[in-house]
Design a protein around this ligand. Structure first.
Ligand code: KG4
Ligand code: ZN
Length: 372
């Protein structure tokens, strides 16, 4: 349960330990948030499990949960050592409580509760998506509100972010996330996991005009995404391509099609956002693993130029899953007087904008992307 803390005045500066275990990264970080909101990352340690999952071509939940149990002690110790502080110096602990693979989420959340209990610290149970939503603020002073495209292996959403805990969803995927599409198509092209970066490398020597891939949801005027048709079409073509040049051409066409869809929906969202924020600064942020993709970023920069938005993306290390973004979300919540009880539960599904998810249930349950 989330509660307003009433343990006296909020400390001017907060030093928070963050924990992230919702997928295949065991991560811990110490972040200091100054009185003026300035953010300093004292350490950010990310232990990946790539090698354990690679033979299976994707993340295996049971292997992930076990690997988190084995890694978390060491990763936290390393984060504390790198930050040069001990547990006495902490003002709180923030742990991802969902959405994600629940076995892994439970490991990080239980560890966070143990630290909170042992050190008598407030606990913040952080929504992983809220972590991505604030991640660009780790690298630059980006004031609220802003329009956010959150695009990763588990999520593909357009959100208006008015502050921590104040997100309104403008659009989401009705099937796969964009990163999932990159990964699955990369797999059908015989590329190693994770597929996104490998597909981008192959696409660099390809010609995107050599293949014509389907455009999804053409008749709709909303900001929702769909990548399953593209995935199926690309998988069929991947069976037929011969030679390295054709593979590169198909990779380039896939990357172009994904970037085009992200850009088209972002354009719609920018127009809606601009209309509802007359006379206000127009800021756009792209976050999540797919924000590392050069073609995607270039297309989104053009959107910003066309619609008069500023463009920001987190530093590369904070695009993909990390614990610094969880620590910062926790610090911002604590600074606002919000913390959670020790009975906070791990949630496999946890929409960031619960109001939108409830009012539009056809977009909220079932086939909607792994973690959305
Ligand atoms: O944010 P993230 O680490 O994990 C989730 O919360 O899902 O994102 C990982 C996703 C993977 O699907 C990966 O293939 C994709 O981000 N990704 C990329 C690139 N780098 C990472 N996709 C396309 N191009 C890239 N350069
Ligand atoms: Zn993520």
């Amino acid at each position: 349960m989330t509660t307003l803390t009433n343990s006296g005045p909020i400390k001017p500066s907060l030093t928070i330990l963050g924990l992230e275990t919702s997928c295949d990264e065991t991560a811990a970080s110490v972040v200091r948030r100054g009185e003026d909101g300035r953010v300093e990352v004292l350490s950010s340690i990310v232990g990946t499990q790539f090698e354990q999952h690679a033979p299976f071509g994707g993340v295996v939940p049971e292997i992930a949960a076990r690997a988190h149990v084995e890694a978390i002690d060491g990763v936290v110790a390393e984060a504390m050592r790198a930050a040069g502080i001990d547990f006495e110096a902490l003002d709180g602990v923030a742990a991802t409580a969902g959405p994600g693979l629940v076995g892994g989420v439970m490991v990080g959340l239980a560890f966070g509760k143990a630290v909170a209990l042992a050190r008598d610290l407030p606990l913040v149970a952080v929504n992983h998506l809220e972590g991505h939503a604030v991640s660009a603020r780790l690298g630059a002073d980006i004031p609220y509100p802003f329009l956010l495209l959150l695009v990763s292996g588990g999520h593909c959403q357009l959100l208006e972010v008015a502050g921590v805990g104040a997100c309104t969803r403008l659009g989401t995927t009705i099937d796969d996330a964009a990163g999932e599409a990159f990964d699955k198509i990369a797999k059908s092209l015989g590329l190693p996991y994770p597929g996104g970066p490998a597909l981008e490398t192959l696409a660099a020597s390809g010609d995107p005009t050599k293949f014509d891939l389907p455009r999804a949801l053409l008749g709709r005027k909303d900001c929702d995404f769909s990548f399953s048709g593209l995935k199926t079409a690309a998988a069929r073509l991947a069976e037929k391509v011969t030679g390295e040049q054709e593979r590169a051409d198909l990779a380039a066409a896939v990357q172009f099609a994904i970037a085009r869809q992200l850009s088209e929906r972002t354009d719609r969202a920018m127009k809606l956002y601009a209309a509802s924020h007359p006379g206000q600064p127009l800021r756009f942020v792209v976050a999540g693993g797919v924000a590392a993709n050069g073609a995607v970023k270039a297309a989104l920069r053009r959107n910003c130029d066309d619609n008069g938005f500023s463009f920001d993306a987190p530093p590369l290390a904070y695009c993909t899953d990390n614990a610094a973004m969880i620590a910062l979300a926790g610090a911002e919540r604590l600074a606002a007087g919000v913390s959670d009880d020790l009975d906070a539960v791990a949630r496999p599904r946890w929409p960031l904008d619960e109001a939108a998810a409830l009012s539009n249930p056809s977009n909220s349950f079932g086939r909607k992307g792994a973690k959305a």
